[in-house]
Write a protein that binds this ligand. Structure first.
Ligand code: PMP
Ligand code: GLN
Length: 378
């Protein structure tokens, strides 16, 4: 039948989670926390439905949630300021990225993607009739502006960026945003900035949003996810910031593909924002990263750098095996009962990288079990 074929048949996240289940492996592959969520969230969710917030929310978002997001972001150490006409609540961040692309892309447009890249970007560009133009990040997984410059053509409609970065945990510095601005200043290129790990940064690393940049904020979409913010990936709620003109375009598409987002969830998220403590949350995740690194210290993986942000840590395994990364991940799951993600999945050509990704947003007992399973490698 005449159907579209974009991206993998099954994403690596579904594939590795299924393999982990099949072999009873500790699942450090797909990025999701295995902790229970805060009881307050469950209470607010029940309250939302009991108070009868069970019908369609306004298309652009539940008003109390929008209001509380404005307040929350304004109160950040490095405030992100925006108005109610510059935000849309979405059913998750992947949807936000897809819809932002839909709002701007015409058939034949080009979108610059920096590899390694989250696996939904390229299919989302292609499903919108445009062409991904791939540019490698430098060896430290930061942008190489000379290479980006060389990739710009008259067809370049947008550039998709991501910081804190999945899978490497790298964070863009303030000067990276300035360099990006200098590069695209004379063009109409739009930036789609995936900022879903905005609140997960370590060792006092500063998070910069595209919305912090006085000029770039007027030509960008910034994408956020409550899944990462409040550790509830299954709720699938996020939000998108963009200037009024871009928000209008975004909302036009959104009203036809989802119209609105789960109302009791939006009620609960609004309530929870009033009690949420981002510093405590940050500390909680930093402890998880440090616990993971401490438990894995004597195992034969090489951690070139600690993750600066996100809940992922990359490692090379040259002291263990010379299998290609995907085969290594399958072997490790089957033989050592620990599932991870190969970095080849973040490259369109699926090249072997010799590097794998661990998700460390897990309970201490999960990390201990994984380390114990891998002890035989020593
Ligand atoms: N972007 C990145 C970089 C991610 O890691 C994720 C979550 N895995 C998403 C987008 C998608 O987030 P959501 O589940 O809210 O769609
Ligand atoms: N973003 C999560 C990760 O990187 C997975 C989300 C998904 O399963 N699509 O692991």
């Amino acid at each position: 039948l005449p159907i579209k074929h974009h991206g993998a048949e099954i994403t690596i996240f579904s594939e590795m989670t299924a393999l982990a289940q099949q072999f009873g492996a500790v699942n450090l592959s797909q990025g999701f926390p295995d902790d229970d969520i805060d009881e307050a969230l469950k209470k607010f969710l029940a309250e939302g439905t009991n108070k009868n917030f069970n019908q369609y929310a306004p298309s652009f978002g539940f008003p109390a949630l929008i209001e509380n997001l404005i307040t929350f972001n304004h109160a950040r150490k490095n405030p992100i300021d925006f108005t109610a006409s510059e935000i849309t609540i979405t059913p998750g961040a992947s949807y936000g990225i897809y819809t932002a692309l839909s709002a701007i892309l015409e058939i034949g447009d080009e979108v610059i993607v920096l590899e390694p890249a989250y696996d939904s970007y390229i299919p989302s560009i292609e499903m919108n009739g445009a062409k991904p133009v791939l540019v490698s990040l430098n060896e430290d997984f930061l942008p190489d502006f000379e290479k980006i410059k060389a990739a710009i053509t008259e067809k370049t409609k947008a550039i998709l960026i991501n910081s804190p970065h999945n899978p490497t945990g790298k964070i863009w510095r303030k000067e990276d945003f300035e360099k990006l601005y200098k590069l695209i200043k004379g063009t109409e290129i739009i930036v789609i900035s995936d900022e879903v790990y905005d609140l997960i940064t370590f060792d006092n690393a500063e998070f910069y949003s595209i919305f912090h940049h006085a000029e770039l904020r007027h030509r960008s979409f910034a994408i956020f996810s409550f899944g990462k913010m409040f550790h509830l990936t299954g709720w699938k709620v996020g939000y998108v910031l963009a200037c009024e003109e871009l928000t209008k375009a975004f909302r036009k598409v959104h009203q036809y593909i989802s119209f609105s987002v789960n109302t009791p969830a939006q009620y609960a998220l609004a309530k929870y924002l009033e009690v949420f403590n981002p510093e405590k949350n940050q500390q909680y995740l930093q402890e998880k990263r440090d616990f993971f690194l401490a438990q894995f210290k004597d195992l034969p993986f090489t951690f070139k750098e600690k993750s600066e942000g996100s809940y992922f840590q990359i490692a090379s395994y040259e002291n263990i095996s010379d299998l290609p990364d995907k085969e290594f991940c399958i072997w490790l799951t089957k033989e050592y009962h620990v599932a991870t993600i190969p970095l080849c999945s973040f490259y369109q050509d699926q090249r072997n990288t010799g590097v794998i990704r661990f998700c460390f947003s897990k309970r201490p007992e999960t990390i201990l079990k994984a380390a114990e399973n891998l002890r035989r490698l020593v």
